[in-house]
Design a protein around this ligand. Sequence first.
Ligand code: ATP
Ligand code: MG
Length: 346
Amino acid sequence: MTTKTQPAPSALKKYASTTSVVSRPPSPTKKGDGIDIGTYDGALERDVGDLVYGEAAEDLALDSSADKTRPTREWHLTDFEIGRPLGKGKFGRVYMVRTKTEPRFIIALKTLYKSELVQSKVEKQLRREIEIQQHLRHPNVLRLYGYFHDEKRIFLMLEFAGKGELYRQLSKHGSFSEKRSARYIDQMADALGYLHSKHVIHRDIKPENLLLGINGELKIADFGWSVHAPGNRRTTLCGTLDYLPPEMVEGKEHNEKVDHWALGVLTYEFICGSPPFEDLSGYNATYKRIARVDLKIPPKVSAEAADLIRKLLRYNPAERLPLADVRRHPWVVKYRSKDGSNAAQS
Ligand code: ATP
Ligand code: MG
């Protein structure tokens, strides 16, 4: 928009050579020029949040330009044209934005209020989330390009997921066709296989944490609960139990096989519209159904899909189907698109 605030070409050159953000953006967002980013609501100026002090302030002085292994250029809020709000998270808003400098890159800028992070005691968890996500590179894992902070907020520069939340699609349609479900599960198994090869366990796989790219491709987001394997035993359980495996609801040691379980739950929920152990009478009832693996597959589910679900939802983590075998499973192979793109749109 304005030319005054653009850094000198030399600064851009330096940036392009130290990070892949500008030099190799993912194709759908390659050139942000001409894309309508919508109308900004002005909330970032109105709502700046409270100051934090001491150790918490140090923990939250997060800036990717200071990263020793992969420094990016120094970013500031004024480097972006701010567009429409994309959503509201627990700790702040998410906006569609465009870099003012060439190649006018479109991203999602997620804001987090430091004071609220401190109040919820998640400073360390956020640092871990950022450290994990910034090193991941996979077409079905949401990229974190960089991050910066001001006195009161943290800003995460995230890959823009053009089609929004998968959860919204699922609510809209009630459930997905087996073809669409299989294509998502194929992408999930691919992405989880990649994460596990990097010794990252996601631990919070559920439709709310999955976004869709502009071509309908699935993107795993929200690494708030992820850990480097092996997982910690003292996990505090909050929110819904529906996706947790028996070993986690029972407070036992767990490993990457928790994500295999969640993949089974996801397969069931995509096809049936609700998770398999949901019990509307409450937390305890769901807990018992999970611990007993009280699985009832409705007749509308095909025999092949049911077979995959049963092979993933095993009480014994070691017996859960390996991810490579999920991708070779007849139900997944049957619906894989010929061109290999696998973006599930129908
Ligand atoms: P919550 O507990 O509500 O999920 P959160 O802190 O995890 O909070 P996010 O889920 O990351 O917040 O972001 C809130 C909303 O903003 C999302 O549900 C989604 O609609 C939108 N959003 C977040 N990141 C992106 C993105 N990269 N591309 C497009 N939309 C996004
Ligand atoms: Mg979320």
